[in-house]
Design a protein around this ligand. Structure first.
Ligand code: ATP
Ligand code: NCN
Length: 191
């Protein structure tokens, strides 16, 4: 599952867990973006990576990959998939997205080749229609998951406004955000 994870929240974790169960996956790799070229003002990659490690630590099936963070230049999923294909040549690969992300997928770089490397699983997300009509049905499937109306944008806004994010993100991520003073433009980052 690729994402900017700024911060990772329980919607991401439920998506990974539900797809793992439904598709009988051995492992779910969370892959934080290095340079998400469609987003601006994103937090440092190492902070997003560390929050992802903290959030996934307790689940033995969950792993975190640095491939997108360690690759220079804009992050394209085609490169993520090529890297995974090279590292795991015999694995059946699935790429997990939300209903909002799948709606844009035909605009992603080398979309046709992406479909040849991995099966795409689009999970439901509150506030977003699942529309797969234009996508190749043999490569893309939809999965209804328990609705969690959580977004990283809302988590950041809450922290900025002094509201709590307990139970929207894992406890360790709440603590990481506070300790490192993330999402508070008026505060200096910790040394
Ligand atoms: N609550 C959710 N339910 C289902 N899927 C989700 C949810 N939140 C995010 N996703 C999916 O997880 C992937 C990574 O999302 P991302 O890291 O951009 O989080 P986000 O909450 O959408 O962030 P932002 O609000 O900053 O845009 C995307 O495919 C997105 O559709
Ligand atoms: O490959 C692309 O062109 C592309 C364009 C936009 C998003 N993506 C991927 O989609 C995933 C979710 O991205 P985002 O920006 O919604 O956090 C993440 O793995 C991104 O690298 C990929």
């Amino acid at each position: 599952m690729g994402g900017t994870f700024d911060p990772i929240h329980n919607g991401h974790l439920v998506a990974g867990s539900e797809v793992a169960q439904h598709c009988e996956l051995d492992e779910v790799y969370f892959v934080p973006t290095g340079n998400p070229y469609m987003k601006s003002g994103v937090s440092a990659a190492e902070d997003r990576y560390l929050m992802t490690v903290i959030a996934t630590a307790s689940n033995p099936r969950f792993k975190v990959s640095r491939v997108d963070i360690d690759r220079p230049g804009p992050t394209y999923t085609i490169d993520t998939l090529r890297d995974f294909r090279e590292k795991l040549p015999d694995a059946e690969l699935f790429f997990i997205t939300g209903a909002d992300a799948i709606a844009q997928i035909l605009e992603w770089k080398d979309a046709a080749e992406m479909f040849e490397i991995a099966q795409f699983v689009a999970v439901s997300r509150p506030g977003h229609e699942m529309d797969l009509a234009k996508l190749p049905s043999e490569h893309v499937s939809a999965l209804e998951i328990p609705a969690l109306a959580i977004s990283s944008t809302d988590c950041r806004a809450r922290v900025r406004g002094g509201s709590q994010v307990w139970y929207l993100v894992p406890d360790g991520v709440v603590q990481y955000i506070a300790k490192n003073r993330l999402y508070r433009p008026d505060e200096q980052p910790a040394l």
